[in-house]
Design a binder for this molecule. Structure first.
Ligand SMILES: CC(C)(COP(=O)(O)OP(=O)(O)OC[C@H]1O[C@@H](n2cnc3c(N)ncnc32)[C@H](O)[C@@H]1OP(=O)(O)O)[C@@H](O)C(=O)NCCC(=O)NCCS
Length: 174
């Protein structure tokens, strides 16, 4: 596991009040609004954690928000559920994710997702969960995540799941 390396000039930081979060625009208003209006408040209430990728000028090039969640055993694919208890199960949630329009198409989404998954893996070494859940905003986002072995949960076409076993394999390969 060699970790994620962002291009020179970019750096990852935990979201703070002095970051220019109102200027972030990624083409999905909901994703912009969450960062501008909710991310910090939820972080202060310990509901979620947001990390921002800053460019050389200090603008937010991308961000992700992680939280926890419970998934119902019955919502998992038969293959994943095979050896799991029949109850609500702990999961990590990739709650929000975006790259600003000015920085899209340069491979930063890929790197930032790798970083988010790496954070999930690290957290899973201390607080166990069965996998990572992400709710996709549209088909394009779904395609983006599916490149990373996220699988559709049966009956929930826009909710994807990455098992802890696959997460470990991905992160160890970074
Ligand atoms: C989806 C998003 C994060 C991709 O970010 P990005 O920095 O442009 O992505 P990258 O340049 O790292 O692309 C990584 C790979 O994914 C592919 N990809 C990027 N956007 C894609 C899309 N919308 N659909 C399918 N594949 C996509 C790229 O072609 C690239 O493939 P490659 O590895 O073969 O070259 C970005 O477009 C975005 O923020 N969109 C708006 C917000 C959003 O949808 N967030 C997800 C919320 S659920």
């Amino acid at each position: 596991m060699s970790g994620v390396r962002f291009p020179p000039d970019y750096r990852l930081d935990s979201l703070r009040r002095d970051h220019p979060r109102n200027h972030f625009k990624c083409g999905q208003e909901k994703v912009d609004d969450w960062l501008a209006t909710k991310a910090l408040q939820h972080q202060e209430k310990h509901l979620s954690v947001t990390k921002v990728l800053l460019d050389g000028a200090g603008a937010i090039a991308g961000y992700y928000t992680l939280a926890t969640k419970q998934v119902d055993f019955a919502d998992l694919s038969a293959d994943v559920a095979k050896h799991l208890p029949r109850r609500l199960l702990p999961a990590a949630l990739l709650a929000w994710f975006g790259i600003s329009l000015a920085h899209q198409g340069k491979g930063l989404g890929k790197l930032l997702l790798a970083q988010a998954l790496s954070d999930c893996y690290q957290a899973g070494q201390i607080f166990a969960f069965v996998g990572v859940v992400v709710d996709c905003i549209d088909d394009a986002a779904k395609q983006f995540y599916q490149r990373w072995s996220f699988e559709e949960l049966p009956g929930h076409p826009y909710r994807l799941f990455l098992s802890a076993t696959t997460l470990e394999a991905i992160v160890k390969d970074l």
